[in-house]
Ligand binder design. Structure first.
Ligand SMILES: Nc1ncnc2c1ncn2[C@@H]1O[C@H](COP(=O)(O)OP(=O)(O)OP(=O)(O)O)[C@@H](O)[C@H]1O
Length: 334
């Protein structure tokens, strides 16, 4: 995401406020910066009410921003939206299809309405894995299938950029899996997909890059690997004499933080080195756990911070790791 031309979406300083019933003001989106690189799946993450839908609606010209600039595929929007809309497919609200018509007929009608060739219908049904059920009435489709039909209808015009607002909301695990796979495949085809969600684990599984927002502001963004990798080599160790162990590790150039009765070793590298350093001094590990930072932990740290005050700008530093999930190698020597 380096140069402007690499960006599918570029949002700067976007703001939208709504009037409340009591005559006050609710800021839905507040000085938001969002850069989405071209190609692949970009997760747009934030808790409920953090401004994702409002942002997406502004991008699509459905809601007028108070201020800020937006460009999509190199065109400033909303001014140049008519020039670029044919290259964008979006599913923002629950799609409406005729319940008694088949999936195929529904798409044929959508193709006719959009002036698109009916010949594309079977191709897009195949892309979302619905070809085998194309003849069945829409009302017999599961929620996951209904959502995939909505995705198929956006694919009719073969868009470069796809925008999905919480596409797995209300789906059961099987439906979530189907929709997730469909989205992943679209990213692999080289399209750009912006997908909003409040579910980190879900985005972690389908996104290449991610932006996390809270209270209408960007908290952090980057590749999923970068965000997860930042503290990937942190280890939690437990020994009987943790004071001596900490001194020894620090003397050997390692950064050590107390964690209850355990010690956290930053950038620990090869666990064998720690094991050896300690054992050479007669300190034996009771436990060694590698602590992997997953997106869920990053998200919790950043948004848990509902204490985030309105004047805190974008790109705040990640706070120290207070919650860690995952673990998984436990070596015991005693
Ligand atoms: N039309 C509106 N009138 C007044 N307030 C609104 C309107 N639309 C959104 N809001 C408020 O703006 C804030 C952001 O809402 P938005 O729907 O964009 O968040 P979101 O991140 O998409 O959340 P969710 O996942 O729950 O939809 C919320 O406080 C919401 O109540």
């Amino acid at each position: 995401m380096d140069t402007l031309t690499d960006l599918a979406i570029d949002i700067r300083g976007l703001r939208k406020s709504y009037r409340t019933l009591r005559g006050g003001q609710r800021i839905a989106v507040d000085s938001l910066d969002l850069q989405v690189p071209q190609g692949g799946v970009h997760g747009f993450l934030g808790p409920n009410g953090s401004g994702k839908t409002t942002t997406i609606k502004m991008l699509l010209g459905l809601v007028r921003p108070d201020r800020g600039s937006m460009s999509v595929l190199g065109h400033p929007v909303p001014d140049r939206l008519p020039q670029v809309i044919a290259r964008i497919g979006a599913v923002v609200e629950r799609p409406r299809f005729f319940p008694n018509f088949s999936g195929r007929l529904n798409l044929e009608l959508a193709a006719d309405a959009g002036g698109l060739p009916r010949a594309r219908v079977d191709r897009v049904l195949d892309q979302v894995g619905l070809l085998a059920r194309a003849k069945d009435p829409y009302r017999t489709y599961s929620l996951g299938m209904q959502q995939r039909l909505a995705v198929a209808s956006t694919l009719l015009k073969d868009p470069e950029l796809l925008i999905f607002d919480e596409p797995t909301n209300g789906l059961d695990p099987a439906g979530i899996h189907e929709v997730r796979e469909t989205i992943r495949n679209l990213g692999r085809e080289g399209r750009t997909v912006l997908v909003s969600s409040h579910l980190l684990s879900e985005v972690e599984q389908m996104a290449d890059t991610v932006s996390i927002i809270g209270k209408g502001r960007l908290l952090t963004s980057g590749s999923v690997v970068e965000l997860l990798g930042a503290r990937a080599s942190r280890m939690r160790i437990r020994v009987d004499d943790s004071t001596r162990a900490a001194q020894l590790l620090v003397q050997n150039g390692l950064q050590v933080v107390p964690d209850g009765t355990a010690l956290l070793v930053e950038s620990a590298g090869d666990p064998a080195r720690i094991t050896r350093l300690l054992a050479d001094e007669g300190l034996y590990l009771r436990e060694l756990v590698s602590v992997r930072r997953d997106l869920e932990a990053v998200y919790l740290e950043l948004t848990d911070g509902e204490g985030l005050s309105p004047d805190q700008g974008p790109g705040i530093e990640l706070p120290p790791l207070s919650r860690t999930i995952a673990s998984r190698t436990t070596a015991k020597e005693s």
